[in-house]
Design a protein. Structure first.
Length: 373
């Protein structure tokens, strides 16, 4: 856990320095942000292969396959022939890095650099939302709540980062550019199709007059989806819509119910605080952010049916990177907003320490760091 906390602290300090150096020009701000992204990307690059689930499942295999390929076309065909999954964007990045190094750790560093660089762009653009969101607060929420997921999900990590950027863009009323982000996300992981549903929800709430009514309708639909999720999954499986690997996941049934209590309570705290934001006049961005939090909570039981559903729901989970700071900044006085920011950081840090860091597949180890220090 200590390597995470040290890296998060250093990275956040760099972001705060970027905020503080606004009067000295954008180049200095960019430098501080780049150092922040480099810090946590290096942490991802030097980790052992046991940190994160996808590394040993396909990460190392695809990179080694790229090393043996003379050109991109041969590499893609070999990946298909060997039955190793990988969308074209992810395969291209593997092949490109393999032209310069045969060390897979460098690839994981570059992959993290791409994903976290996209997130940093979203963080910086969120300053222009209403209410304006402090970059350091948004960045800390991301690190404590979603960084570990980026270690577990190699291909999907980039798609999730693009979905977060797309969410910020659509909240800033740049819907077509937001769609482009979703399209690029599909090049890295086909689960990015979920993002287009999120895009549609935000667009609907921005355009309708009675947004609270539609908010309730969409939430009710999410409840119905959860109630009948098992039947829907059985139907799409029998029709052959999902591949065999997902069918095997479904056959396993619920993995465990042990996480439901803590996971539900963790989500209820900011969701309840967000109700205070909804009681007063609030812009559509605030309502959309709260609704995405609520949908994730309502759909939470689905993640216990099959592991792929957990990964699909992560697109809603990434919304908390924007939603938590938005709730904190919705208070009317400066003193309350500052107190809410401190409380938000304490809340997500406590969640990370008490829950996330205890997961077996994210316990951080690094032989490279051990030899250096």
């Amino acid at each position: 856990m200590l390597p995470y906390l040290v890296a998060f602290t250093i990275s956040a300090l760099f972001v705060q320095l970027a905020v503080a150096s606004a009067r000295f020009g954008r180049l200095l701000q960019f430098t501080w942000c780049a150092l922040s992204v480099l810090t946590i990307s290096a942490l991802a690059g030097v980790r052992d292969y046991t940190v994160g689930t996808d590394v040993l499942v396909y990460g190392n295999q695809l990179f080694n396959s790229a090393l043996r390929s003379t050109d991109l076309g041969t590499y893609v065909m070999r990946s298909v022939r060997e039955g190793i999954d990988g969308e074209y964007g992810y395969l291209f990045l593997n092949w490109l890095v393999s032209r310069f190094t045969n060390d897979v750790h460098w690839f994981y560093f570059v992959l993290a650099l791409v994903a976290h660089g996209i997130v940093m762009t979203a963080v910086w653009l969120a300053r222009r939302l209403q209410p304006a969101l402090p970059p350091t607060l948004v960045w800390l929420v991301y690190l404590f709540t979603q960084y570990v997921d980026s270690l577990n999900m190699l291909r999907q990590g980039v798609a999730l980062s693009l979905a977060l950027l797309g969410l910020v863009l659509v909240l800033r009323r740049r819907p077509y550019l937001a769609l482009v982000m979703g399209g690029i996300g599909l090049v890295f992981h086909n689960s990015a199709i979920v993002y287009f549903g999120i895009w549609g929800i935000v667009m609907l709430l921005q355009r309708v007059k009675r947004s609270m009514v539609w908010l309730a309708v969409i939430l009710a639909g999410a409840v119905l989806l959860t109630v009948f999720s098992a039947q829907v999954l059985q139907l799409v499986t029998s029709l052959g819509i999902v591949s065999e690997k997902y069918t095997s996941y479904l056959a396993e049934g619920a993995r465990t119910g042990a996480s439901m209590g803590p996971q539900t309570m963790y989500r209820l705290v900011p969701l309840t605080a967000g109700l205070l934001m909804l009681r007063k006049p609030v812009n559509p961005a605030g309502r959309a952010a709260w609704l995405l939090l609520a949908i994730e909570l309502v759909l939470l039981p689905m993640r216990e049916i099959a592991y792929p559903l957990y990964r699909l729901l992560t697109y809603f989970a990434y919304a908390k990177v924007i939603a938590y700071p938005m709730i904190a900044m919705s208070f009317t006085t400066e003193a309350r907003r500052r107190l809410a920011q401190v409380a938000t950081v304490a809340f997500v840090a406590l969640y990370f320490i008490l829950w996330v860091s205890k997961l077996d597949d994210v316990t951080y180890t690094s032989d490279i760091l051990s030899h250096l220090f």
